[in-house]
Design a protein around this ligand. Sequence first.
Ligand SMILES: Cc1cc2nc3c(=O)[nH]c(=O)nc-3n(C[C@H](O)[C@H](O)[C@H](O)COP(=O)(O)OP(=O)(O)OC[C@H]3O[C@@H](n4cnc5c(N)ncnc54)[C@H](O)[C@@H]3O)c2cc1C
Length: 396
Amino acid sequence: MDLNYTEDEVAFRDEVRAFLKDKLPKELSDKIAANKMLTKEDYDLWHARLDDQGYLAGAWPKEFGGAEWTAVQKHIFEEECARAHAPRIVPFGVAMLAPVLQAFGSKEQQDYYLPRILSGEDWWCQGYSEPGAGSDLASLKTKAVREGDHYIVNGQKTWTTLGQYANKIFCLVRTSSEGKPQEGISFLLIDMDTPGIEVRPIILIDGVHEVNEVWFTDVKVPVENLVGEENKGWTYAKYLLTHERTGIAGVGFSQEGLQSLKRVARQEMQNGRPLIEDPLFAARLARIEIDLMAMATTNLRVVAAADAGKAPGAESSMLKVKGSIIRQQINDLARRAVGPWAQPFVSEQLSDNLFHPGPDYAAKATNVYLNNRKISIYGGSNEVQRGIITKAILGL
Ligand SMILES: Cc1cc2nc3c(=O)[nH]c(=O)nc-3n(C[C@H](O)[C@H](O)[C@H](O)COP(=O)(O)OP(=O)(O)OC[C@H]3O[C@@H](n4cnc5c(N)ncnc54)[C@H](O)[C@@H]3O)c2cc1C
C-alpha cells in the first residue's frame, strides 16, 4: 500500500493551503490558537467562506452539489485546517444529517433541507442521547405518537451539542414498543421553535456552555418530517454514526497540540534550562510523539483502504481510542508544563479581557485539559470501543 500522496493529492493540499492563507480571518485563527470559544457568528462566517469555495459540501456526492472528495482528500482538508487553526466544520448538518437525507430522505426533504444546510439558514443539532440512553441508545424513551397528520412528541434529549444555536434538531424517537427496542425507533426532523420545546444549558466542567438538555412537551411535528419509514430509524441512525466516526482520530489536532506544547516547553524554564531539555519531560514528550506518528500512519492506512473501497470497521474504534488518549495526554502534559500558572483556573477566565497572572499560553491549559475529558466519552465511549475491538479484531 502506497501511503505517499499522489500528484493530484499534493495539488489539492496546496490549493487548500492557499485558500486557508487567503480566506481564514486572523481573528478566527487567533481565537482557535488561544483555545477560545467561537460564537455562532464565527461559525456562520467560516461556513459561508467554505461554501463560496465549494469546500463545505466537499464530501457530498456530485448530484447534490458536492465535490465527492475521496477519503484522502477529506483527510488532507482536515489536517490542513487543524494546522492553520481554522474552525472545524460544525458536523451536525453538513456531515451527519446531509448523508442521511441523501441516502434515505424524500426528494422534497432533499430539495428543501440540503441547500439550507449549505447557506447556513438551518443550524442542526443531534437529538440522540437521553438520560439512560447513551451507550445503550436503543433504550431511548422519547415518544412520538401519530395523531392524524402529526406526531405528538414527549420526552427529553441530553448532551445536545450547541443546541442553543440550533433552529432544527434531528431526533430518534420511539414510535413503537413492539419487538426488539431497535425496531420501534423513527427519525424525525423537528423545528426548535415549535411550542413545547425547551432548551436548558448544561455547563461543562471547564465552565463553558457547549451542551444542553432539550425537553419536549406535546410537541406537534408534521408527518412529512419523518425521514424514510416509520420504525426504521435505527438503520438511518447507524448510517449517520458511521459518518460521525470518520476523522475521529483527530490527527491534525494532536499534531498541532504537540507543536504548541513544544513551543511552550522551549519557553518554560526548569532548573535553569528550558523544560524541553529536562530528560523526564523530554521522554514523556517523545513517547507521545512516537504514539502519534504510529497513529498517523495507521490513520493513513485506513484512509487509503477506504479509498480502495474497503469500509472502515473496527479500525475506526482503534483510532477513536488511541486518538482520544493521545489528545488527552498532550493536554495533560501542556497543563503540567506551565506548572503553577495552570492553577488560577476560573470559568470567568473564558472572557477575553480577564486578567491572567501567567503567560498567555498558560491561560487555557487547565480549561482545555478539563474540556477534552469529553472526547473519550462522545462518539461512543472508549470502553464501548474497546468492547468492539475485543470482539471484531481480537476475536474474543
Ligand atoms: C461533550 C459531549 C457532547 C455530546 N454531544 C451529543 C450530541 O450532540 N447529541 C447526542 O445525541 N449525544 C451527545 N453526547 C452523548 C454521548 O454520545 C454519550 O455521552 C455517550 O454515548 C455515552 O453515553 P452516556 O453518557 O449515557 O454514558 P453511559 O452509556 O451511561 O456510560 C457510563 C459509563 O459506562 C460505560 N459503559 C457503558 N456501556 C458499556 C459497555 N457495554 N461496556 C463497557 N463499558 C460501558 C461507559 O463507557 C461510561 O464510562 C455528547 C456527550 C458529551 C460528553
